[in-house]
Design a protein around this ligand. Structure first.
Ligand code: COA
Length: 259
């Protein structure tokens, strides 16, 4: 697919930085951007071990779903638009590899929901997070009511969603919405450093760990513990487990092969 609203850079074959790039609307998500994002996720190179998502420019990560496109929608059209955004974000959430959101400015509405679908959120000190949809006469539509309470708890999520008031990066850090905050120039290097640390680990183990943590939410305790038990055991069928433990015992660095 030809991408007009996305661009990417490759730090190395294992780390991809994907930029949402629609500067005329502060990277708002319309059908075109979401369709490109879905295609990008669906066709991501198997060599990539960490995906970093950020926004083009220094002002906005994603300023929300595209209000100009949504303005004229009727109910069935809105259902389809919401379904598209929700599907794309679910694909990001369930992507086998870790996804880091490097939130470099406004993360409002769909932008906040995009960050929520990522595994880890780092933010620049000018970032603003919010679910301002009620002020536009709608609810969050790309799974914000589902994911925000899981991450910050129901009380804070309800306050953010009912009042629609954006919060600053330091407040996002305080409530656990982001892991770390950086001066803007340091945000991407920090996300890349984190990606490099993840890439140094055994890829199968990282993928299984993501699977366990993601599935925990929707399972009861016994099922979640059994899933971890199974995937823990499955690691022992991998060459990388022998390599990782052998390297430790021989006091050398492991050379993982994703096998
Ligand atoms: N959808 C469509 N267009 C958007 C947009 C969105 N979510 N967010 C910003 N834009 C457009 C603006 O309409 C403007 O276009 P124009 O230059 O043709 O007038 C351009 O992006 C720049 O935005 P502007 O409002 O002039 O910038 P600002 O710095 O004054 O304010 C924001 C930035 C993010 C605070 C403000 O744009 C805003 O509140 N956007 C909407 C956020 C929102 O409600 N998102 C949830 C949607 S469900």
């Amino acid at each position: 697919m030809e991408y007009t609203s996305l661009r990417h850079t490759c730090e190395n074959p294992q780390i991809r930085v994907l930029y949402i790039s629609a500067p005329q609307s502060l990277n708002a998500l319309n059908t075109q951007v979401l369709t490109e994002l879905e295609s990008y996720i669906d066709t991501l190179d198997k060599e990539v071990r960490v995906l970093i998502i950020t926004g083009d420019g220094d002002k906005s990560f994603v300023a929300g779903a595209d209000i100009a496109e949504m303005h004229g929608l009727n109910e069935p059209e809105a259902f389809e638009f919401g379904k598209l955004g929700a599907r794309v974000f679910r694909k990001i959430e369930t992507l086998a590899i870790p996804v880091i959101a490097a939130v470099n400015g406004y993360a409002l509405g769909g932008g906040c929901e995009l960050a929520l679908a990522c595994d880890i959120r780092y933010a620049s000190d000018n970032a603003r997070f919010g679910q301002p949809e009620v002020g536009l006469g709608i609810t969050p539509g790309f799974s914000g009511t589902y994911r925000l309470p899981k991450i910050v708890g129901q009380g804070i999520a309800k306050e953010m969603i009912y009042a629609g008031k954006p919060i600053k990066a330091d407040e996002a850090l305080r409530i656990g919405l982001v892991n770390k905050v950086f001066p803007q120039a340091e945000l991407l290097p920090a996300a890349i450093r984190l990606a490099e640390n993840i890439c140094a680990a055994a890829p199968i183990a990282v993928r299984y760990a993501k699977q366990c943590i993601n599935n925990n939410y929707d399972m009861d305790a016994d099922e979640a513990i059994l899933l971890e038990n199974r995937l823990f055991a499955k690691c022992f069928s991998s060459e990388d487990q022998k390599e990782g433990m052998g390297a430790f015992l021989n006091k050398r660095r492991p050379a993982f092969k994703d096998k």
